[in-house]
Design a binder for this molecule. Sequence first.
Ligand SMILES: [Zn+2]
Length: 435
Amino acid sequence: MRILLKNVKTLPHLLGEVGDQFIAIEVLIEDRQVLKVYKSITENIVADKVIDGRGFFLSPGLCDPQVHFREPGFEYKEDIESGSKAAAKGGFTTVISMPNTKPAADNKEVVAFMWQKSLEVGLCRVYPTGSLTKELKGIELTNFSELKAAGAIAITDDGKGVQKEEVFYQAMKEAQKLDLPILDHSEDESLSMGGSIHKGKKAEEFNVKGIDPASESVHVERGCRLSGETGCHYHVLHISTKESIEYVREAKKKGYCVTAEVSPHHLLLCDEDIPENEHGLNANWKMNPPLRSAQDRAACVEALLDGTIDAIATDHAPHSPVEKNQNIEKAPFGIIGLETAFALIYTHFVKNGELSLSRCIDLMSFQAGRLFKLNLGRIQEGALADLCLFDLDNGFEVNEDFFASKSKNSPFIGQKLFGKTMLTLFEGKVVYHNL
Ligand SMILES: [Zn+2]
């Protein structure tokens, strides 16, 4: 099957060339791959199907280093199929899925199930991760080589920090031997103390238990240090504080194999933005790590712009309305993010000139893929045809009906954004169509 994608524009950088000005291209796709990229209007190309891209911006398919697809165990929140649909709607063709399912992905059977299920669904590449400890309890290491053989692309106890340094150290030594990255949800529970939001003005004002920002940075310091000792690739998930960023910056200067991702909500919101509802503070603004102070948010933005941050991750964490529509201290942590991520970054950082569109796409594809040694993020002959089209010019409003996810727990409902997805192709197959 040959598909010709006509009438689209892209940036030479995304073709693997030099240049940051839009150029018109046509792309011929054969089966799963890009067969040819034409930089002039062509005629007489034989194709089974022609798609008119209506002049929209063609991007490589995006890659998200951190999503929660909840299957097995919490299918009422999301499953691999609905999560993949949300990914496709956001322009994502590759996602890395976290192991805090039920049962947890601490054994080869669950990891193999996740991989197999994602292949059956076939809307997105969903790479599973294996948990670092059995049942994510932080005590006994899992069998990393078995998890890797079953398809795990990385090791993490995401959802929980690993409390014991010795356990984390042994994990890093083992992961280094197997060439697996360790993804760290950095949280020292002796400092986060069961809090719900950032320990700051808002927590004080509403008498809500606060989470000390040091609970993150002490673990980031530990991870950076142990990466230096073991040579293991240490990746900080959803970084959110000024101090954590400083540790990453220092580790990078020393040449350690340390990387970090940031989530759109930590770039755009802080604790003081949490609005009220009938239950007190609105739990759709509750996630872990929490929305931090204005200074932390500014530090995340600075780190994104100066290159300290390697990738953008949504930490897509669906929860049902019943779970979220209650007192903020009772509601679970997490917000969804796949459908809004590109539009948020485009609207708030690219459109105003702070971040170039090339860098934005690299942070969300090429560089995100590189964390896992995946070769993604370029529109090139021979590459898998993971492509998406974005409308950069016409605004749209995010409302509850907008989401393909089973859940709607987003603090961005009501925002007017630019960068709506118009089409997503996953390995040459149309998986989302809005043209
Ligand atoms: Zn986490």
